[in-house]
Design a protein around this ligand. Structure first.
Ligand code: ATR
Length: 290
């Protein structure tokens, strides 16, 4: 029987998930399908998800604006979903129960490790720019990889304070402190990695007003935005000779465990490979439809 999965959200027209999963389905010759399903605001999210479960779907990926709703709907919550209060993956069990997980933070960490090597045990700190859902995922992913010192800077400082308070309540290991973007010059000086989790720099949005020239020459800069692939922040970092990590790596690595979970029978339990060829396919898609 064809194994069915989908990405759900609003809007989902521009989601690259069907391209990613479609590539792997073909590569591994799996009898499966992966669709894009839009859930407009006037439609009930929970009813729609239960309908997909009852129609025999293995599970769904969840994108904006439903990640928190997906988390609340689930019967069983994985550790990463619990840490962030949001789910990008729902799996439908044979007993009808819904399992929530979140692969965004681990996907980001895997993408960073691919370029930088192990993240734990380094001198200096990581700066996370932003304090929304994406920053929550990044914080969880980094602290699980043993990153001990993290500074969260947000345009509106109190939101960064809230994230730090939440990390403290969750007993995340390491030292996490908060600030506003005005604290950038002090934070930049001893940073070995900066991660932009804000939507600044995304196509149509203004760029972040921070000076990457204040970073040490050995620092790396990551942007989770992938449209455009080279954000103004990454372009400025490249000009300074800094290592850069774009958002496509995270996109591919967050998708791999979902694919493994949806199509495990055809994969023999293996996780699909993240390869330069897959990156090229996604870049081509962005060039044509981004
Ligand atoms: P997500 O779940 O994708 O993280 P979000 O919860 O809406 O989305 O958070 C967006 C983040 O981008 C926030 O940290 C926001 O800063 P504020 O909390 O101060 O609003 C940040 N952001 C968006 N546009 C920005 C801009 N132009 N400059 C700086 N930060 C920006």
């Amino acid at each position: 029987m064809t194994a069915k999965a989908a990405v759900i959200g609003w809007p989902v027209d521009h989601s690259l998930s069907p391209v990613l999963h479609g590539y792997w389905l073909k590569k591994y010759a799996i009898d499966g399908s992966y669709e894009r399903i839009a859930i407009p605001p006037q439609q009930d999210f929970g009813v729609t998800v239960l309908g997909l479960r009852d129609a025999g779907y293995r599970g769904v990926n969840v994108t904006v604006p439903y990640k928190e709703a997906a988390f609340r709907l689930a019967d069983v919550k994985g550790q990463n979903a619990a840490l962030t209060g949001a789910a990008n993956l729902l799996l439908f069990g044979k007993d009808g129960r819904i399992l929530a997980d979140n692969t965004d933070g681990t996907g980001l960490a895997a993408s960073l490790e691919e370029k930088l090597g192990p993240l734990g045990g380094r001198d200096g700190h990581v700066v996370i720019l932003g304090a929304g859902g994406a920053a929550r995922g990044a914080l969880a992913g980094l602290s699980q990889r043993g990153v001990a010192r993290i500074i969260i800077l947000n345009r509106h400082g109190p939101r960064a304070d809230q994230l730090v308070e939440q990390a403290r309540r969750q007993r995340l290991p390491g030292n996490v402190v908060a600030g506003s973007l005005e604290d950038w010059p002090g934070a930049a000086r001893a940073a070995w990695l900066v991660i932009n989790t804000t939507s600044a720099g995304m196509k149509g949005n203004p760029a972040l007003a921070i000076d990457v020239g204040l970073l040490p020459p050995s620092a790396a800069v990551c942007d989770i935005v992938y449209n455009p692939l080279e954000t103004p922040l990454l372009a400025a970092a490249k000009t300074r000779g800094l290592e850069t990590i774009d958002g496509l790596g995270m996109l591919m690595h967050q998708a791999a465990p979902s694919f493994q979970a949806f199509f495990h029978a055809g994969m023999g339990g293996r996780r699909p490979d993240v390869t330069p060829e897959l990156r090229a396919v996604l870049q081509e898609e962005l060039a044509q439809h981004g």
